[in-house]
Design a protein around this ligand. Sequence first.
Ligand code: MLT
Ligand code: ZN
Length: 461
Amino acid sequence: MDWIEQLKNLMGNEIISTKTSDLENCASDYTEDLSFLPNVVAIPKSVEDVSAILSFCNTHEIPVTPRGAGTGLSGGSLPVCGGVSLSMHKFNRILSIDEENFQATVESGVINETFQEAAKEKGLFYPPDPASKGSCFLGGNIAHSSGGPKALKYGTTKDYVLNLEVVLPSGEVIWTGADTLKNSTGYNLTQLIIGSEGTLGVVTKIVFKLLPMPKHDLLLLAKFRSIHDACKIVPQLFIQGIEPSALELMESSAVHYVLDRSDNISFIVEEETKAYLLIEVDGNDMEKLFADCEHINNVLEDANVIEVQFADTAEQKEKLWTIRRSIGEKVKSHSIYKEEDTVVKRAYLPELMIAVKDIGQEYGFETVCYGHAGDGNLHINILKGEMTDEKWTGKHLEEGIRKIFRKCKEFGGTISGEHGIGFVQKKYINEALSPINIDIMKGIKAVFDPKNILNPNKIWR
Ligand code: MLT
Ligand code: ZN
């Protein structure tokens, strides 16, 4: 009997599927147009199921690729070695929201926004808000320590996790820490699991800390004649004492791609506008927020801003955020592309921008840039355009991307701010990490997963 039959006999047909539709659903994620069929899809319903599946796969050395909503952009959930795609979508319960302690315990397949809304109903705030918050799972957010616009003021996923229930590749189940705001007891396994891209264990439950919900927010849209002008003002805003809750950059071409592919967004990109900054402030004191906006306006007017618009209504705010959040998806629907997730010290953003455009010219690719300017985290979408398949898939493009990443290093940064390394960035990891760092990480992997069954062929070559 082969391993698939054995696993089916062990777990039942409801949990182990070989249906073509299930295999195809789990073959790809949001990463480019990549696709790798698993041999089976496992759909566990309990931590005991996950434990039994991992224990079986460990014994038989079958690759297991954990899968959340598949919204990742570095190929973390692609079953590149076949085997089992472990789909966590049945782990969709919010187990408790503890209003007394400002904490919540959730399963890892809960959708980010569903959790945000549930917390909000109790007056509590869970800030991490990736662009895909309407569909991405909290477990996937743990895998990459996902951020989003509000990461600027509030931090990323890692700043909200107190404790994790994790199934190890052996099938053993552990809690990584304690449900406390402080913990100085041994190594910090919680933070080790966060960002480990599903290579060390499968997260089944998460204990989050929450904040009180800020009562108000205000949003400004600033227009610039060049992306360089927009980037240059970013560090100045902080130097002038402004603390935005979000500070996002959109190149005008990014906005064009959204508008071209959206039916009902009325928004005009004027000829002279080449870049936008979306600036949000939040808090409990409306008068202070209006004063902050005036302050921002003054700083922008001293710079090369064309115009600053105030989003007066909830609908206007929603429209601007919809444009911003759909850039990645709309660019992808327009062209074969690659997405880079560069991050630098934010004062180097203008230099990074210049370098990216120069490298694009040298190697013959168009770039669409946008992202979390306040964090120095610039998303660069590289469009295939007229480039030949040979150049696109070969050393030519790889060399151009390497040059961009070297610039990131030069500017105090690294090669991913929030999308992770996964499958598609692993060939570049040596641009960011020294051989010693990589060896330490491989050693950690070997302790957790000596048979290398869990999400193999990710992060490293
Ligand atoms: C974003 O900020 O839009 C997200 O990281 C997703 C993306 O880059 O497509
Ligand atoms: Zn982003």
